[in-house]
Write a protein that binds this ligand. Structure first.
Ligand SMILES: N[C@@H](CCC(=O)N[C@@H](CS)C(=O)NCC(=O)O)C(=O)O
Length: 208
């Protein structure tokens, strides 16, 4: 089975992979727009109703209706941030924590980000503003926990792993929504978004 791609080891490319919250991606091919998170955020529909650039409905690619989705040349589709980022890390071991528990530490961190932080946002955004505070406090609690891990630079110390762009992207979005993030997390966002390649990726996603 010929699955994929020649993975590039450059940080730019992996940051791109991890910013595909608005994209359907086929490894080795240009991104296809799934309608754009910004348009969804502006209330212009859900991904499940969107058409994909070049034709076809997003719902036919991912019946769950949300992004991301990774489409392989043989037609297989991989969904869920945890699974996709673990797939990326398996192909770029320099972007995964080391040690005999490294792979499981990564899954532990990705699951934490996905369930404790990421999935609280749809509920937060769905609620009327005057009743959002308790869930905002829960989100902040877990951002503070993540911030406590950044003493040496990244979630896994000095090593930048695929978990970092996932947290970066959520923390950056939270700051835009007005969340008062702890200082280490604000510094982390500034540091990760500084390189021109990350700026370019953010611009492509309509996020800068
Ligand atoms: N369980 C999924 C959730 C992904 C998710 O919530 N994606 C959001 C964007 S960040 C989405 O597609 N929202 C738009 C929609 O529901 O139409 C995962 O972890 O990958």
């Amino acid at each position: 089975m010929q699955l994929v791609v020649k993975p590039s080891s450059s940080r730019r490319s992996w940051i791109d992979e991890a910013l595909f919250c608005t994209r359907v991606h086929q490894p080795g091919r240009p991104y296809r727009d799934a309608g754009g998170w910004n348009s969804v955020r502006r209330g212009q529909g859900r991904y499940r109703d969107k058409q994909i650039e070049g034709g076809g409905r997003y719902i036919d690619i991912n019946p769950k209706g949300y992004v991301p989705a990774l489409v392989f040349d043989d037609g297989e589709v991989l969904t869920e941030n945890v699974a996709i980022l673990a797939w990326v890390a398996d192909r770029a071991p320099e972007l995964a924590p080391q040690g005999h528990l490294g792979r499981y530490r990564l899954l532990e961190m990705l699951s934490f980000i996905a369930t404790e932080i990421h999935k609280r946002f749809p509920t937060y955004l769905m609620l009327p503003e005057d009743v959002r505070e308790p869930i905002a406090q829960e989100i902040l609690r877990w951002f503070r926990f993540a911030a406590g891990r950044l003493e040496r630079g990244y979630l896994f110390g000095k090593t930048f792993t695929v978990a970092d762009p996932y947290l970066f992207q959520l923390a950056r979005g939270a700051a835009e929504l007005g969340f008062q993030l702890p200082e280490p997390l604000r510094d982390y966002i500034a540091r990760i978004e500084e390189p021109p390649a990350v700026q370019a990726a953010l611009r492509r996603e309509g996020l800068a």
